[in-house]
Ligand binder design. Structure first.
Ligand SMILES: [Fe+2]
Length: 296
C-alpha cells in the first residue's frame, strides 16, 4: 500500500481517499481540491497577464527611447544644415554593414539606433564655424574636430546599451584603420567596431550627397572610393561587408532618392567645407580603366 502511495505521489497525485468512501469526507476533499485548482488557474492567469503587461511596458519604453533618438537626430540634422535624411541613411547603411560582419541582431539594432547621434557634438560648435561656407582656418578646423569629444561628453555614462554605443561612435567615428584619424589616432581593432562600421556609412552618404561646397558624387564613384580606402581609412572587413550588402545599400539609396532627392533646399544654410580631411569634401574623383578611359 505504501509503495502504491509513493508511486501515486511521484505521478502527481496530491490527495488520497480510502475505500470505502465516506460521502461527507469525499465531498469535502473534492470541494477543497476544486478550490485549489481554481486558485492555481487564477494564479496562472494573473502571471500571464503580468507578463503581458511587463512586455507592453518594456516595448513602450523601447519605443519612447527610439522616438527620442530620432527626434534628437532630426534636431542635429537641422543644426548641421538639413542634409536631406543623412542620419537616417547612415543608420540604415550602418545596420547592413553590421549585419554583414556578423554582429548579433542586438548589436545591429544598437548600432542602427546609435548611429544617428554620431555628430551630436556639432551642437557644441559655433555657428560661425559650422555654417562657414569657405575653407576653415587651422584653428577653426581644430575646433570643428572637437565635435567628437563634445559628442562623447554629451552621451557619457549612458544607462542603456544604445546610449553607450552612441558614445563610442560619437568619440571614434573619425578614427582611421591606419591610425591617421582623430581624436586619438587609434588604429585597427583598437577602434570600436561600432565606430568602424559607422565611419563607412557616414563617408559614403556624404560622398553621395550634394553640399554647398561640392557636387554629389555618382553612386558608383562613391562605391569605388569606399573600396579603395579599405585597409587605410576603413576596416577591410567592414568594407567587404559593405560590398557584400551593396545591392541592398544601392536599393536603399534609390528608394530615398525617389522620396527625397539628396539635394539641398534653398532654406538649408551652407555647411563648413573642410571640417574633415577626406576627399568627400571635394568634387568626384575621375576613375579610369586600364586603358585610361573614364569610367561612368
Ligand atoms: Fe563627424
Amino acid at each position: 500500500m505504501t509503495a502504491l502511495r509513493v508511486n501515486a505521489i511521484a505521478a502527481g497525485a496530491t490527495d488520497f481517499i480510502n475505500k470505502p468512501f465516506d460521502p461527507t469526507e469525499l465531498q469535502a476533499r473534492v470541494t477543497n481540491l476544486l478550490a485549489l485548482r481554481r486558485a492555481q488557474i487564477e494564479l496562472a492567469d494573473q502571471t500571464a497577464w503580468l507578463k503581458r503587461e511587463v512586455e507592453k511596458a518594456t516595448a513602450h519604453l523601447v519605443e519612447r527611447e527610439e522616438e527620442i533618438i530620432w527626434r534628437l537626430a532630426r534636431a542635429i540634422e537641422y543644426r548641421d544644415g538639413d542634409t536631406g535624411g543623412h542620419v537616417s541613411r547612415v543608420a540604415q547603411v550602418s545596420c547592413l554593414i553590421a549585419e554583414g560582419i556578423g554582429l548579433s541582431p542586438e548589436r545591429c539594432r544598437c548600432i542602427y539606433l546609435a548611429a544617428p547621434l554620431h555628430d551630436i557634438g556639432k551642437i557644441g560648435i559655433a555657428d560661425s564655424i559650422l555654417s562657414k561656407p569657405g575653407k576653415l582656418t587651422p584653428t577653426e578646423l581644430e575646433t570643428m574636430r572637437q565635435h567628437v569629444s563634445i559628442g562623447a561628453r554629451i552621451l557619457e555614462n549612458g544607462s542603456s546599451d544604445v546610449i553607450r554605443t552612441a558614445e563610442l561612435i560619437a568619440q571614434s567615428h573619425h578614427e582611421r584603420w591606419d591610425g591617421t584619424g582623430y581624436p586619438d589616432r587609434l588604429s585597427g581593432t583598437d577602434i570600436p567596431v561600432e565606430a568602424r562600421v559607422v565611419a563607412i556609412a557616414d563617408v559614403f552618404d556624404a560622398l553621395c550627397s550634394e553640399r554647398p561646397y561640392k557636387q554629389a558624387w555618382p553612386v558608383a564613384d562613391a562605391y569605388r572610393e569606399i573600396a579603395s580606402l579599405s585597409g587605410t581609412h576603413f576596416d577591410p572587413a567592414c568594407v567587404a561587408a559593405f560590398e557584400t550588402r551593396w545591392p541592398e545599400i544601392a536599393a536603399l539609396l534609390a528608394a530615398t532618392e525617389a522620396r527625397t532627392p539628396r539635394r539641398l533646399t534653398a532654406r538649408a544654410p551652407p555647411l563648413a567645407g573642410t571640417c574633415l580631411s577626406h576627399p568627400y569634401h571635394k568634387t568626384p574623383r575621375k576613375y579610369h580603366d586600364r586603358r585610361g578611359r573614364a569610367l561612368a
